[in-house]
Design a protein around this ligand. Structure first.
Ligand SMILES: [Zn+2]
Length: 318
């Protein structure tokens, strides 16, 4: 029933005004939320650490990783403001760009990396074509690898979180971040059921890559669809992740942030929401989290994997 409804909606979408699209998505999401209330935002089956796990560096309770997918030119133009905001609050993050949908400024990439931030690749184009066939994937992978090399990036995230973890071995990456522990609101909604990274073994020269599932709800779902002004969805999940010692991985889109310099659109939320959340993390969990870039956590996980002679296993995944 819900699938038919969704199909119908996507067929008519180009003819529906934006306010009505959001209203419809909100209604469908409420139905889904009730249906999946036992496994979203918290899937209790996802807290088991990998076998052989000895904890995060410096005995920190949990790991904190901030990421951004930049969907459009509009988002691209807000990246510097977002970087400054995070830097001033003592945070760092990665920015994933779509190389052929808009012009990715080399100057912006340099500003980000020289300030201690990371740049990753968010597909080749955001049109949902990447996994349509193996041939299409391989064609796009060749170009994605060129961008990875040119940008000196080691991380990838698929547009719309589509994923085929076997195929990703064809990318020259150290990590992928296209999956999640639980998120029934995604078009490919199969969660990985873990709040820990995991190793994807392959035949590539690197031997595989690290998978980093996001574990905090996407900003669009929490703040625009569910209008969670009190940040309850993020805060409650973060506490659960802290209690279980996993990775708190957040994906915030600059496209959806309103910095107060223009009228707020239906697809935006005020920047104060994100500032409030960062300040909350700092205050509530002072000295309790290991805050690193995705490439740093991937490197840590890979070393851990090899230092335990491959014995550290995510029981839920491998
Ligand atoms: Zn995206």
């Amino acid at each position: 029933m819900l699938n038919n409804r969704n199909r119908f909606y996507y067929l008519l979408k180009p003819f529906i005004p934006r306010w009505l699209q959001i209203l419809i998505r909100r209604r469908l999401a409420q139905i889904k939320r009730a249906k999946y209330k036992d496994c979203w935002p918290i899937d209790k089956n996802s807290c088991k650490p990998p076998v052989g796990w000895t904890g995060w560096p410096d005995k920190k309770r949990f790991a904190l990783v901030l990421t951004h997918d930049v969907e459009t030119e509009n988002g691209h133009d807000k990246c510097k403001a977002l970087m400054k905001l995070e830097k001033n609050l003592g945070f760092k993050s990665s920015f994933n760009f779509v190389p052929t949908d808009y012009k990715v400024s080399p100057e912006l990439r340099l500003t980000l990396t020289s300030n201690g931030f990371e740049v990753g690749v968010h597909g080749l184009t955001h049109d949902g074509s990447l996994y349509k066939s193996r041939e299409i994937f391989l064609q796009q992978a060749r170009q994605i690898n060129q961008y990875l090399k040119e940008w000196k990036s080691v991380g990838f995230r698929s547009p719309s979180m589509y994923h085929n973890l076997d195929w990703l071995h064809d990318l020259n990456i150290e990590y992928d971040a296209s999956t999640f522990d639980t998120d029934p609101f995604e078009p490919q909604p199969d969660g990985m059921s873990t709040i820990f990274p995991f190793w994807i073994k392959g035949d590539s020269p690197s031997g595989g890559y690290v998978e980093l599932p996001y574990t905090l709800s996407q900003d669009f779902t929490a703040l625009i669809i569910f209008k969670d002004k009190g940040l309850k969805i993020w805060k409650e999940k973060l506490e659960w992740i802290a209690q279980n010692g996993g990775i708190a991985l957040l994906n915030v889109h600059p496209d959806y942030i309103n910095f107060g310099d223009a009228r707020q659109s239906l697809d935006e939320y005020p920047v104060s929401y994100y500032i409030d959340f960062l300040n909350y993390i700092k205050k509530q969990y002072k000295n309790q989290y290991w805050h690193v870039l995705p490439r740093e956590i991937a490197s840590f996980w890979r070393d851990k994997w090899s230092s335990t002679d491959g014995k550290m296993v995510n029981s839920s995944k491998i």
